[in-house]
Design a protein around this ligand. Structure first.
Ligand code: NAD
Length: 424
């Protein structure tokens, strides 16, 4: 079971950040005002308050959201988050970021996101199953292989995707694996999906090093977060020659200038996904200290809003690879840009997850499954191509990588919206 963060809500409203990022790009590339208005809104926002019977017989009401930002390029796609601080604005921002992320990777999807306000660690497994099945029933009219395809995010995992797939299938009278991605392999999941986001982070780090004339071999790396994304990224980066000197979970982190040790073994000894095991010989550090370590590469892989006006000036990493969604606030970004930090934005850096989710959906629709090698090779091809497109647009236009990624994404979505026309 994925661990929901024990941390509080991000300090800055993520939707304000997402809209401001979009407005800046729309202004730069001259999107007309009507289309701007379309794209800065989420097309469909659904809030549901639903009851769940707890193990002791009591009834509790939970709040859940599913938001579709834009579907000009295809069915919408996006994760489902279980966390105590989930809010409609957070879900809106994440849905908008999914639109850009799918567009920049060239996937035939629009953006969506969902969330339930719950600490999943506080529920028993049966309560979690009943909550998931009831929430699925409440949003069943929104989801489907041609409409909206959820996936795991913080606090959710393959088991939760299996319950969603089963509930949807029961309600439709036939098995529908393509309704969610990130499922277990025996029911239509894709080989390589669990590692996909972290593997994509590794491929992007390789490309970013190549593009900026650095070398990954021997580079020192600090990773914030030891969940799906952070742990896999750290393990694969270490296998490719980097030295992981600091890593953390929601409670804090560890540091060792010689390297924190064998990440694969730490993943096996982790008390639960998302939590570090005891690592003798390392120094305990706080998450704040981790973000300010003098490393070559910093990888925030936890939650939003971690690099902000209050600490961005103290970021000493030469390169930041945004593995989490929205880890940098607008002001944090401006400060790092001024300090010459090379930042690869989230919509590029963590797109490996949605790219392999796309492969899973394609495999489910065709009932024809690929070997893991094939999945990894196709992922490498698509994510590196996407990085190169973003980097080459940046080099031609004097932009940051974030600006060029948004420019490419917004141009693609604007083009799809324009060519489809406004119905009726
Ligand atoms: P996860 O639940 O598996 O792990 C989250 C990790 O962050 C855990 O180690 C947790 O202890 C830690 N954490 C939580 N709050 C923290 C805090 N305040 N400070 C430091 N660490 C904290 O989640 P995940 O799936 O690895 O997702 C991590 C990030 O990556 C999220 O932003 C998510 O939206 C993004 N992302 C995930 C995927 C995916 O495929 N899982 C894909 C794209 C983006």
């Amino acid at each position: 079971m994925a661990q929901a963060p024990v941390a509080q809500a991000p300090a800055e409203n993520p939707y304000d950040t997402a809209v401001a990022q979009f407005n800046a790009v729309a202004e730069r590339i001259g999107v007309d005002e009507g289309l701007r208005e379309v794209l800065r809104h989420c097309k469909r926002e659904f809030t549901v308050n639903f009851p769940v019977q707890m193990d002791d017989g009591s009834i509790r009401v939970f709040t859940g959201y599913r938001v579709h930002h834009n579907e000009a390029r295809g069915p919408v796609k996006g994760g489902l988050r279980y966390a105590p601080y989930v809010s409609i604005d957070e879900v809106r921002a994440l849905a908008m970021w999914m639109t850009w992320k799918c567009a920049v990777a060239g996937l035939p999807y629009g953006g969506a996101k969902g969330g339930v306000v719950v600490d999943p660690r506080a529920l028993s497994i049966r309560e979690l199953e009943r909550l998931t099945r009831r929430f699925t029933a409440e949003i069943v009219m929104l989801i489907g292989p041609d409409e909206d395809v959820p996936a795991p995010d913080m606090g959710t995992d393959a088991q939760i995707m299996a319950w969603i797939m089963d509930t949807y299938s029961m309600m439709h009278g036939h098995s529908t694996p393509a309704v969610v991605t990130g499922k277990p392999v025996p029911i239509g999941g894709s080989s390589g999906r669990y590692e996909a986001t972290g593997r994509g982070v590794m491929f992007i780090t390789q490309e970013a090093c190549r593009e900026s004339g650095r070398t990954l071999e021997g580079a020192t790396v600090a990773v914030q977060g030891f969940g799906n994304v952070g742990s896999v990224a750290a393990k694969l980066l270490a296998e490719n020659g980097a030295k992981i000197v600091a890593i953390s979970d929601a409670r804090g982190g560890i540091y060792n200038e010689r390297g924190v040790g064998d990440i694969g073994a730490m993943m096996e000894r982790a008390p639960a996904r998302g939590f570090l095991p005891d690592v003798p010989g390392s120094t305990r550090i706080t998450n704040e200290e981790l973000l300010e370590m003098p490393v070559d590469i910093l990888i925030p892989a936890a939650i939003e809003g971690q690099i902000h006006a209050g600490n961005a000036d103290r970021v000493r990493a030469k390169m930041v690879i945004e593995a989490a969604n929205g880890p940098t606030t607008l002001e944090g970004d401006r400060i790092m840009e001024g300090n010459g930090v090379y930042v690869v934005p989230d919509i590029v850096a963590n797109s490996g997850g949605v790219i392999v989710s796309y492969f899973e959906w394609v495999q489910d629709l065709q009932s024809f499954f690929w070997e893991e090698d094939e999945v990894n090779q196709r992922l490498e091809r698509i994510i590196k191509k996407s990085f190169r497109e973003v980097a080459s647009l940046r080099n031609g236009g004097g932009m940051t990588l974030r600006e060029s990624a948004y420019t490419l994404a917004v141009q693609r979505v604007v083009e799809a919206t324009r060519v489809r026309g406004i119905f009726p």
